[in-house]
Design a protein around this ligand. Structure first.
Ligand SMILES: *Cc1c(COP(=O)(O)O)cnc(C)c1O
Length: 465
């Protein structure tokens, strides 16, 4: 086998990719016919592909490259750690400096009494840990029947069997025998599409109270925990009404069920604070982290847990762990990433500069005939594409067909925006500058215009009845 390099012609790379590489969340045959875009390099907020196109990455990879691409310091931290100690485990009464340092740093950054870290290799693994952790917690407290975890429809918590079950994506549950037992899903606080005639505030309360109803129906003695993203990411950047989280918190407190905040996207500055829980006023017992923890430079995730949970779990042996829990190289990279986020005041930049500016520009997209509901918190935002914004209508066409056209037009205009059904979402690197934001918005507007023309031409501008 010859070496495969960036210097092969694009068509050859695409053919080799199609021959042997199976892509996540992808119809393989369809992609093979079309050819994947080959990304060869990236700096700051800009990707370069094998044809030399320079693309503004409005998604920070997959919501993760918070400090932007190409930071030498992280390469140096990785190289140093590989030379010193590339791997050692933490299973059998051993530890190492990078895991110690990262756990201590996370305890310092995390709010309240979240002072203990169980490491994983990804967000999915972190949530698998959380399933076992909350059930083990209640068993250790003499209440093994408390095993049900309540989650939400259209939530995303990962793609392993456990975390995919926690998530509320029906198209995922349709494959591979999900969900596992004792996971219960309530409705999401998505006012724009599901709120009907109620006000956002009333709707937020009603959706939060579904948690209370579920606890009563399932039985207080059966429910272990509630898990939710502070703001749903992969579900389409669904920003809950202000009334939602305080009511959820009240219910979790009242019935003494553990609250798990899935901070995999919201964590590490995305919402303008270190954690989304701080922005939304949530007091979780456990937080899932990954993605921005290392800005995507290395696969690492984990669970940050409260003093109380750690104490109960520590009372016995927790028969759980991953070969790469606290991997020294990934930990060293994460630490260096956190140092940069902190010392360069990246979160201050999000709050005072980037989010303020992008939100103001983002709101103007609502003037476009195809756009309703342009919303954003920190640097995660979304727009709903709609044939009739007055009535918050869906398209008559299959959900996602217009979103897909829009995404293609974005790519054609050198902008990465993702579509979730007929919502378009953005989540750029946190270091994005006002000039780059101008470019992002200009390209988004051009893409929307082209999408609108195409949608009209194809007769897709009809509302579902
Ligand atoms: C991406 C994501 C996960 C899963 O993380 P992986 O690293 O892909 O396993 C879990 N929760 C949320 C909220 C996510 O966005």
């Amino acid at each position: 086998m010859t070496a495969i390099t960036n210097h092969l012609p694009t068509a050859e790379l695409q053919a080799l990719d199609a021959a042997h590489h199976m892509h996540p969340f992808t119809a393989g045959g369809e992609l093979a016919a079309k050819g994947a875009r080959v990304i060869t390099r990236a700096r700051g907020v800009t990707l370069t592909d094998s044809e030399g196109n320079e693309i503004l990455d409005g998604m920070a990879g997959l919501w993760c490259v918070n400090i932007g691409y190409g930071r030498e310091e992280l390469a140096e931290a990785a190289a140093r750690q590989i030379r010193e100690l590339p791997y050692y485990n933490t299973f059998f009464q051993t530890t190492h400096v990078p895991a110690i340092a990262l756990a201590n740093k996370l305890a310092e950054l995390a709010p309240g009494d979240l002072n203990h870290v169980f490491f994983a290799g990804s967000g999915s693994e972190a949530n698998d840990t959380n399933i076992r952790m909350v059930r083990t917690y209640w068993a250790a407290k003499g209440k093994p029947s408390k095993s049900i975890i309540i989650s939400r429809k259209n939530a995303y918590h990962g793609s392993s069997v456990g975390s995919g079950s926690l998530g509320g994506m029906t198209f995922m549950h349709e494959q591979g025998g999900l969900p596992i037992p004792d996971i219960h899903h309530i409705n999401q606080p998505y006012w724009w599409a599901e709120g009907g005639d109620s006000t956002p505030e009333d709707f937020g309360l009603a959706r939060a109270r579904e948690l209370e109803t579920a606890i009563k129906e399932l039985g207080e003695d059966r429910v272990a925990a509630f898990i939710a993203e502070p703001i749903q990411g992969a579900g389409g950047v669904i920003i809950p009404p202000d009334s939602y989280w305080p009511e959820i918190q009240r219910i979790c407190d009242k019935y003494e069920i553990l609250l798990i905040a899935d901070e995999v996207i919201c964590g590490f500055g995305r919402t303008g604070n270190w954690f989304g829980s701080q922005t939304l006023g949530i007091r979780p017992d456990i937080m899932a982290i990954a993605k921005g923890l290392s800005s995507g430079y290395a696969p690492i995730g984990g669970s940050i847990v409260s003093d109380e949970v750690a104490q109960v779990i520590g009372g016995g042996e927790f028969n759980h762990g991953y070969t790469y829990s606290g991997h020294p190289v990934a930990s060293a990279i994460a630490l260096e990433n956190l140092r940069i986020l902190e010392e360069e005041n990246v979160i201050g930049h999000v709050r005072d500069v980037a989010a303020t500016y992008l939100q103001q520009k983002w709101a103007t997209l609502e003037d476009h005939p195809l756009v309703g509901d342009a919303r954003m918190v920190g640097l995660m935002g979304s727009i709903a594409l709609t044939p009739d914004k007055q009535n918050r209508a869906k398209f008559a066409a299959d959900e996602g067909s217009v979103g897909l056209i829009c995404r293609e037009r974005c790519f054609a205009n050198n902008l990465v925006m993702r579509h979730v059904g007929d919502r378009m979402v953005v989540s750029p690197p946190l270091v994005i500058t006002p000039d780059e934001i101008d470019t992002l918005i200009a390209r988004a507007k051009r893409a929307l215009d082209e999408c609108y023309a195409e949608v009209r031409e194809q007769g897709l501008l009809k509302a579902a009845s």
